[in-house]
Write a protein that binds this ligand. Structure first.
Ligand SMILES: [Zn+2]
Length: 204
């Protein structure tokens, strides 16, 4: 398994390619920049099979429709799926043209998504949106806009909730052992580092 990372769009979303030995790629938070995604696919000789979205916000999901048209299957939580079809994706609010789409698959807390022979475990982590999730595979957590290096995602957007965010981060901290954490924006981190230094580490 290989991991590629790029930064896409004005809001600098971290887009991740999780790639199996055959070059089949699962894109986590495809971001807004379709062109850059396709260039990356070509450069590394990959085949994008699926797009997994941590939540519906446009900066994470803006290119999903085009990738779906190219044949990739789009996955999102059952709770955030309607936001790909309404203003819950915040595209309108930020003056971005959003291409709406119906996800191919939806999932819920505790589900395991198997794509390209790889298993992604879904942990529901509401707070940033009510349908936000983290994806866990091996020792990696893709934490979307839930857990960041040193802080957490905003909770003041529609369907955000700060009490839920606190419980979600506690749930992540309660996992056994250390993990590499790949957030939706900014620097990578580890779960052990965040257990010590995250602003949420103070809450009990
Ligand atoms: Zn967001």
């Amino acid at each position: 398994m290989k991991l590629y990372h790029l930064i896409t769009g004005l809001l600098r979303v971290n887009t991740y390619f999780v790639v199996n030995d055959n070059g089949d790629a699962v894109v986590i938070d495809s971001g807004e920049n379709y062109k850059k995604i396709k260039e990356t696919e070509k450069t590394y000789g990959l085949k994008i099979k699926a797009v997994l979205l941590t939540h519906a916000h446009f900066d994470h999901s803006g290119s999903a429709k085009k990738l779906q048209d190219d044949g990739a299957k789009v996955y999102i939580s059952k709770i955030d799926a309607p936001k790909l079809l309404n203003d819950g994706n915040l595209g309108y609010r930020f003056g971005r043209k959003f291409e709406c789409l119906t996800a191919d698959y939806t999932f819920e807390d505790g589900d395991t998504i198997t794509v390209c022979g790889m298993d992604f475990k879904v942990m529901a982590t509401p707070g940033h949106t009510d349908g936000s999730v983290c994806f866990i595979i091996n020792d990696m957590i893709f934490s979307g806009d839930t857990l960041f290096n040193g802080c957490v995602g905003r909770t003041d957007f529609p369907s955000g909730n700060s009490a839920d965010m606190i419980s979600s981060v506690k749930k992540l901290f309660a996992l056994d052992g250390n993990y590499r954490v790949y957030p939706g924006h900014d620097e990578f981190t580890t779960l052990d580092y965040e257990r010590k230094f995250n602003l949420m580490a103070e809450y009990d």
